[in-house]
Design a binder for this molecule. Sequence first.
Ligand SMILES: *Cc1c(COP(=O)(O)O)cnc(C)c1O
Length: 431
Amino acid sequence: MLLRKKSAALMARAQKKIPGAVNSPVRAWNAVGGDPLFVARAQGPFVFDSDGNRFIDYVGSYGPAILGHAHPAVVAGVIDQVPRGFSYGAPTELAVELAEMLADAIPSVEKVRLVSSGTEAGMTAIRIARAATGRPAILKFDGCYHGHSDSMLVRAGSGAMTLALPDSAGVPEALAALTRVAPYNSLAALEACFKAAPHDIAAVIFEPVAANMGVVTPVAGFLKDAAALAHRHGALLICDEVITGFRLRFGAACELFGVAPDLLMLGKIIGGGMPLAAVAGRAHLMDLLAPNGPVYQAGTLSGNPVSVRAGIETLKLLREPGTYERLDEAGARLARGLTAALAAAHVTGCVNRAGSLLTLFLGVGAVIDAEQARRADPKLFSRFFAAMLARGIYLPPSQFEAMFVSLAHGPAELDATIKAAAESLAEAVRS
Ligand SMILES: *Cc1c(COP(=O)(O)O)cnc(C)c1O
């Protein structure tokens, strides 16, 4: 039995001064119950809580920790940078170097602006698209998450989906009305949206592999057809690669599907676990940004040199040959094991996977959109989550968050996870 006295005490203390005890809602474990882990440190594939318990970690900071935690080369880069000062409010050579690395890796990226969060990247991309097209509306897919800007909290995934708050309070109806929504993987629905308002839609924003309603991969041809449809109607394509960028390949995932976006959002991995994100894309669009153009955007900590250094060190390691083959093998090994565990426990479910991103959906046989994802069994998932935690496996505390496998997850960790999953599924269906 795990002892988690300190996490419980910290939870009580946090509740008094921090809303919901957390700085981002999913961390509160509302969907699964119990006191969240208060993490004291993390190393490689492991997190350690304040009570000193060790867990194999599949949260991975929700995406950034692709190398595993505290990789020595990234730590060394950060330690080298810190004494040089950690924020100047001035341009740096480091930021130029990172922009060049991103542009070299992604053909549709001609220019890059660094920001501090994926949310900001999304806000800016949308503002550019509206300015470039002179159109007001944005089309997104149900269950996709693009940060917590007002316009994107409409049928949103991630924590908003976990807490059944896909449409947030505090977003004026007039603004929400400018966000059109179609089901993921439905070209017909997308077509209907364009037909209803052919000259309204400034951009279609999408995750090339949806990873905030659980992992949902695009059906064959969907992204390519959706992209062609958008362009035919004069709308821009904003590809949200905040999770998928440098996760599925060295560069943008949209290229796997033959899609060349006009604007991209990057985040998570490109900051190596430090606050960093980027909006990037075609030069003529990016040059609409101030000071070159009329679209305003700014940030005190944008391009923070410590974050940029962590990002550069991370990308250098990911660029090594064989990286993505290893990640894919690790993801495949885990997916095979989880699928076998489902069958052995006679539990209805499915494993959706793209490379090192995966979701074990419980209670549904297949998931290709948010409506199907919402049919998953939350009670079964929360029992499974608790049983895994008791066995030292830290899963994302929601059916709608992806599991993140890192390069630090070796066969020993993956096989221990599979064994725990077989036991935990059997326990979860029994109770
Ligand atoms: C995490 C995420 C965001 C938001 O990034 P933040 O840094 O949390 O603001 C946007 N889009 C996608 C696809 C994400 O997964």
